[in-house]
Design a protein around this ligand. Structure first.
Ligand code: SAM
Length: 225
């Protein structure tokens, strides 16, 4: 059985989708499962590192899916052609890396592409990239599994991309509305961390740099509150 996190990501695959790329696929569980459940008919599992690439190959071979799941070694979206798949999944990495992969490979994405993204940290940097590149988020979730809190989102290009407010960018436009218990937990913890930082910055010499940093954290704490 797949993890709760990967199952939720799979639930975002649109009904009309036939093909999917999983970039940074590691073991290739997600594309294999999506295929076995009949959600897609073909997939690409992309990996930049040799170890996870071999692991993806092993999973695909052990399930006899070589003809439908193409395992490719390469950096980010370089492993696919423009518009090759209906869905592109990038999950289990930091927000900055996801943003970099999207930015460097944006020519591979089309108005038909659905993006399914799961940043481990810094989701705001991913939302920021999406909203400044014509993408609109159409679903988001947050869940806790094995002591980790995961945020995930799905997006597509729209003629008039939905502009996000500062709070929506930070916390997620749908997550704010859903008000999940895990969402509250995450932001309570985050606020606590920031308050500790503000406290320790107050205890150091008040140079211009420190004062400026403190102001930034105070502003963030106010937003979270
Ligand atoms: N996507 C899977 C998941 O969510 O369970 C695996 C996540 S794993 C923690 C992150 C994977 O991304 C690693 O296997 C790593 O090798 C791969 N990766 C990191 N940077 C990458 C890049 N630029 N292009 C492709 N894969 C990358």
């Amino acid at each position: 059985q797949l993890s709760k996190r990967l199952l939720r990501l799979i639930s975002y695959i649109p009904a009309h989708a036939k093909t999917l790329s999983d970039i940074g696929s590691d073991h290739a569980y997600l594309p294999c499962y999506a295929y076995q459940k009949g959600l897609i008919s073909q997939a690409v599992a992309g990996e930049v590192n040799e170890g996870p690439y071999q692991s993806a190959l092993r999973t695909v071979q052990s399930l006899g899916l070589e003809k439908v799941i193409s395992v490719r070694l390469g950096d980010g979206l370089k492993v696919i052609k423009r518009g090759e798949t209906d869905v592109v999944v990038i999950a289990g990495m930091g927000g900055s890396l996801i943003r970099k992969i999207l930015d460097e490979g944006s020519d591979k994405l089309t108005s038909e592409t659905t993006l399914i993204l799961q940043p481990n940290v810094a989701s705001d940097t991913v939302r920021d990239w999406l909203s400044s590149h014509g993408w609109s988020i159409f679903n988001e979730d947050i869940l806790e599994e094995d002591g980790h809190i995961y945020e995930m989102l799905a997006a597509h290009q729209t003629a008039e991309p939905i502009q996000l407010t500062e709070i929506e960018r930070l916390m997620g436009p749908y997550l704010i509305k859903k008000k999940d218990k895990v969402f509250e937990k995450k932001w309570r913890m985050e606020l606590h961390k920031i308050e500790n930082i503000i406290q320790s910055l107050s205890n150091t010499e008040q140079t211009d740099d420190i004062v400026q940093k403190k102001q930034q954290f105070i502003k963030k704490a106010e937003i979270i509150e």
